[in-house]
Design a protein around this ligand. Structure first.
Ligand SMILES: Nc1ncnc2c1ncn2[C@@H]1O[C@H](COP(=O)(O)OP(=O)(O)OP(=O)(O)O)[C@@H](O)[C@H]1O
Ligand SMILES: [Mg+2]
Length: 330
């Protein structure tokens, strides 16, 4: 794995509150790295260090090194414009410039050079195609970008970011404001782009991280808990906190189709009642059971699995009660 961004001992503070604590990690080149972790753990802060947007926050300070192409971009004497040009940012909510679709894409290239009309036409078409928007807008390039749907605006922002030819694409929750179909467009775009770019994506959506990421960084309260190839982290996390975060997030996204309280029952009945409850559900549906018989905590999941169903979680919820979540797969 070739590293593209080397983060060494990075600490970040907002007016004395420490948002990142001694972060040291490598971001691989031409791969998708997902930064995951609960709200407030420092994901956006880390991303903002990469493009030095953190400089624009009052009271923020950063120490340590972030080496990109051999240069420490946190070094005060380097040109911040160069850093930002290397790092295309795809924001959470699309922010098209108040101009035409065409001019949104042409804006950066015009700023950085003096391409002629023909060259600009070529650039606009190229990046709109890469972002998967060309076919939808090719007949109205001169109309205002603000008239596009939100999902189209986000693809426009992706195209605009790419048009200045960054090496690295930073995405902070790039699909959280989008509907599922638009999200899928963006995800497909990012997957295509990873052959040519290093991509870092912050996401709350663990399923999205699983679909996209080659590499995962898990932050918790400003600390690096775990990092590694996505398969290892998702399937076999080294840290209990990572396991808990992944399972917890998956389950909080999960729709429970039926909930049955089996408290007060003892084991063989628990099993029979659980089986009955599951029987009434169709395939793929999810059942949550609450039990307080210690034997049921092991026997019910075992029986359910023997019947070919999938036990998604078994969790103690208070001193006496346990929650068992089962998906009917038979
Ligand atoms: N401008 C700021 N001033 C003061 N504190 C801030 C500022 N921005 C962020 N913080 C604090 O720094 C910590 C990390 O914030 P950050 O935005 O990086 O978290 P995050 O992981 O991106 O969270 P979320 O998932 O909610 O976007 C939090 O405790 C947050 O309250
Ligand atoms: Mg954030």
């Amino acid at each position: 794995m070739k590293s593209h961004i080397s983060i060494r001992d990075v600490n970040a503070f907002y007016n004395g509150h420490q948002a990142l604590k001694n972060i040291t990690v490598e971001i691989p080149q031409k791969k998708i790295t997902a930064i995951i972790g609960p709200s407030g753990c420092g994901k956006s802060t880390l991303l903002k260090c990469f493009n030095r947007l953190i400089d624009l926050t009052d009271g923020a300070s950063v120490s340590g090194k972030i080496i990109v192409d051999g240069i420490d971009i946190l070094n005060g004497s380097i040109d911040v414009t160069d850093v930002r040009r290397k790092m295309g940012l795809l924001p959470q909510k699309p922010n098209p410039l108040p101009m035409s679709i065409y001019d949104n894409i042409a804006y950066g290239p015009r700023l950085h050079g003096k391409p002629d009309k023909k060259e600009l036409d070529r650039i606009v078409e190229k990046y709109l195609k890469i972002a998967g928007l060309w076919d939808e807008v090719k007949d109205r390039l001169k109309s205002p970008a603000s008239k596009l749907s939100i999902g189209q605006q986000q693809r426009l922002c992706l195209a605009r970011g790419l048009a200045v030819e960054p090496e690295i694409i930073l995405c902070d929750e790039p699909t959280s404001a989008l509907d599922p179909v638009s999200s899928q467009h963006i995800e497909q775009g990012l997957l295509k782009l990873k052959n040519d770019y290093t991509i870092v994506i912050v996401t709350h959506n663990i399923h999205q991280a699983m679909r996209l990421a080659d590499y995962v960084i898990h932050l918790y309260l400003g600390e690096l808990v775990e990092h590694g190839p996505a398969n290892d982290v998702f399937e076999n996390p080294k840290e209990e906190r990572t396991r808990a975060y992944i399972n917890g997030t998956i389950l909080s996204d999960l729709k429970i189709d039926k909930e049955v309280d089996l408290k007060g029952n003892i084991c063989p009945y628990n099993f029979v009642l659980a089986k009955q409850a599951l029987h009434e559900l169709s395939k793929g549906k999810v059942l949550k059971l609450v039990v307080d018989d210690p034997l049921a905590v092991t026997e019910v999941p075992r029986g359910m699995e023997a019947d070919g169903n999938e036990v998604l979680s078994v969790k103690q919820i208070n001193k006496t009660d346990w929650e068992i979540v089962i998906q009917k797969t038979e």
